[in-house]
Write a protein that binds this ligand. Structure first.
Ligand code: GAP
Length: 434
């Protein structure tokens, strides 16, 4: 059975994937902290993205740019003028809503009042702060609302130093900030989140082909990491949904417990950004093609995914409950590349001689994978816990191990067990784990 929303939120908080931020102070709305398992899952998602988008590609390099950039960046990009949502306030209950997200624009979803909304006004989404000791207008800076602009303003630096010719891409993973009016659905929409973005620069006449290429490549990335095909779709944006910079966008959407929603946007940003930064900065950001002896602004295809949101989707997608010999077990069928813990080492009992062996075994595996050495509770309960956090393999040390130097390896999905000599364990696991 697939998971409902509350079950996943429960699992995430109970097992230490995600905690409400500032919980001991009553919690800060829409801010979350990643716990010991969540940080591993999130890191693994980002690592798989980086591997596929940068490491395995000759035509893409990475950067890591500042969160706080010149405020002119956001003037040039169009964010200062138009990165806002239309906000209405209910005159009865004083709650505020995004007009474009209201099911009925005449009825307040909170108190039910009819025709009680104020005129919409633009609500700026960028967080502002001040750089330096004086909180004045001249020192106003923004927390970046997307990682993309850090890439555009470094286009020439990267092209020159990495000696890249078109087509090529620049990738970045990092935090972005948006003062969302309606954050919600747990970590799906938060005000501080992580993005995984790549700007792919190409000749304008090749942009349509590259757009189609990246649509398919990005969809395949989710499927290859085990996401259920029926829960994934590509949806084209209608003309009135397009961002100010885009000539065409598709969303990769996931079927969340509340319905289809966005995981990633793939846009044709044309030459909007490079041109805008060239105009604002006075730098020539055109690309020079020595073979054709021509100078032009490349077009940009941008696959822009959310790392935190994607992590949440993998968690939802992997969760299943099933009945095994009359017992219900919850299992996270995460691809082993994403699983937070790869191997759990479990002594059958708390006897000192077993723990000595299992601890030594766990230590010998640690340089290879994330390991958990768990000595508490009955073996059945420990298996259930590992199933529920998605650990692909459990290795059990029992009393026979002391004589025959063999251990039992249990696989998460099939629950099949193999008896393996300790000195063959690493190659055995290497065949089955990334
Ligand atoms: N550079 C283009 C850009 O930022 P976007 O569609 O606004 O495009 C890209 O954002 C991705 O970032 C989204 O598909 C989503 O996964 C993630 N994202 C955006 N806002 C978010 C939020 N408030 N909370 C969590 N993830 C968010």
């Amino acid at each position: 059975m697939p998971a409902d929303f509350d079950t996943i939120v429960n699992l995430a908080t109970k097992r230490g994937f995600v905690f409400q931020s500032s919980e001991i102070y009553g919690g800060l709305r829409s801010a979350y902290d990643y716990g010991p398992l969540g940080v591993e899952l999130l890191r693994n998602v980002k690592e798989q993205w980086w591997r596929s988008m940068v490491q395995l590609r000759e035509d893409v390099v990475g950067v890591d740019t500042a969160v706080i950039q010149s405020p002119l960046v956001w003037v040039a990009s169009g964010h200062v003028a138009s990165f806002s949502d239309p906000l209405v306030e209910c005159k009865v209950c004083h709650n505020r809503f995004r007009l474009d997200k209201l099911e009925d624009p005449n009825r307040c979803p909170e108190c039910g009042a009819e025709g009680s909304f104020t005129e919409p006004r633009a609500f700026e989404l960028m967080f502002k702060t001040h750089m330096g000791p004086v909180a004045s207008e001249e020192n106003l800076v923004y927390l970046r609302p997307e990682t993309a602009q850090g890439i555009f303003i470094n286009f020439e630096n990267v092209r020159r130093t990495a000696r890249k010719k078109l087509p090529f891409g620049i990738a970045q993973i990092g935090k972005s900030f948006r003062n969302e009016i309606t954050p919600g659905q747990f970590v799906f929409r938060t005000r501080e989140f992580e993005q995984m973005e790549m700007e792919y620069f190409c000749r304008p006449e090749e942009a349509d082909d590259w757009f189609r290429y990246w649509l398919e490549a990005r969809r395949d990335w989710y499927l290859e990491l085990g996401m259920t095909e029926e829960n994934l779709r590509l949806r084209p944006h209608a003309a009135d949904e397009l961002s100010h910079y885009s000539s065409g966008t598709y969303d990769v959407e996931y079927r969340f417990p509340w319905g289809w929603d966005e995981l990633e946007g793939i846009a044709n940003r044309t030459d909007f950004d490079l041109k805008a930064h060239a105009e604002m900065s006075g730098e020539d950001l055109r690309y020079f093609d020595p073979e054709r002896n021509e100078r032009f602004y490349p077009y940009v295809i941008e696959p822009a995914a959310g790392a935190t949101r994607t992590t949440f989707a993998f968690l939802i997608d992997a969760y299943e409950t099933e009945t095994v010999r009359g017992d219900t077990r919850a299992v996270l069928r995460l691809d082993p590349r994403l699983a937070p813990i790869k191997v759990a080492v479990l002594p059958l009992s708390k006897k000192d001689e077993l723990i000595a062996v299992s601890r030594e075994l766990a230590d010998s595996l640690r340089p290879h994978w994330m390991i958990e050495h768990d000595i508490t509770q009955s073996i059945g309960r420990r298996y259930r816990r590992q199933d529920e956090i998605g650990t692909p393999f459990c290795v059990t040390v029992d009393f026979d191990t002391l004589d025959d130097r063999q251990v039992t390896v249990r696989e998460r999905d099939s629950m099949a067990q193999d008896r393996i000599p300790i000195d063959r364990l690493i190659p055995y696991l290497e065949d089955r784990l990334p």
